[in-house]
Design a protein. Structure first.
Length: 202
């Protein structure tokens, strides 16, 4: 499902080169694999010596003609779009994206903001950043849904603060060996007839 959701966003394919930068202990590493291998693109692995300082990472990306990458705002903030002429699209996520960052990058390439906690299989929403300012989290990906609900799990009226709940194929079953926490965060979905659950993002 994640690979299918990525295709219209990135339009990656044979001939594209995708950066593999994230540690395999970080769920974003799955993004990188999904961006590349199912589409026939090449995965370019950043070796330890290429990760820092930023100048070394830039040099490696230029040398290998990386065209697509997933980066946190922190990493994106220490790089310059002008130094990466082959980079055509960046997915940014994992942290809040500040307005100054979007203004610097979106004019030079396709910048996509993605959102989703680990409990919902890496990412739930996303979209292209088309304006300056702090970007919205985008729209739900294929087979995902989001709800803004009040404490009784009713839809919050427009203009009224509520809590973000996530539903759909990506919602996990809970935390292994942590029944009480699972019961608190994963609740029955009153808007689905299949017995599925909502994830309470907090």
């Amino acid at each position: 499902t994640l690979a299918e959701a990525m295709r219209p966003l990135l339009q990656a394919g044979p001939g594209d080169r995708v950066l593999a930068f994230a540690s395999f202990s970080f769920d974003a590493s799955v993004w990188e694999v999904v961006m590349a291998l199912p589409t026939g693109a090449t995965l370019v692995v950043a070796e330890r010596q290429d990760r820092t300082p930023p100048e070394r990472l830039t040099s490696m990306m230029r040398r290998t003609a990386v065209g697509l990458a997933f980066m946190t705002p922190t990493l994106l903030g220490v790089l310059s779009p002008d130094d990466l002429p082959d980079l055509a699209a960046v997915l940014v996520g994992g942290e809040r994206v500040e307005a100054a960052l979007t203004a610097r990058w979106r004019r030079r390439l396709k910048l996509l903001n993605v959102y989703g906690p680990t409990e919902t299989t890496i990412a739930t929403t996303g979209g292209q950043v088309t304006a300056d300012g702090t970007p919205p989290i985008g729209t739900p990906f294929l087979d995902e849904r989001v709800h803004i609900l009040d404490p009784a799990l009713n839809p919050a009226p427009v203009g009224v603060a509520g809590e973000l709940f996530i539903a759909g194929a990506g919602v996990t079953r809970g935390y292994g060996g942590r029944g009480a926490l699972s019961a608190e965060r994963f609740v029955a979905d009153p808007y689905a007839a299949d017995g599925s659950r909502l994830y309470r993002t907090g």
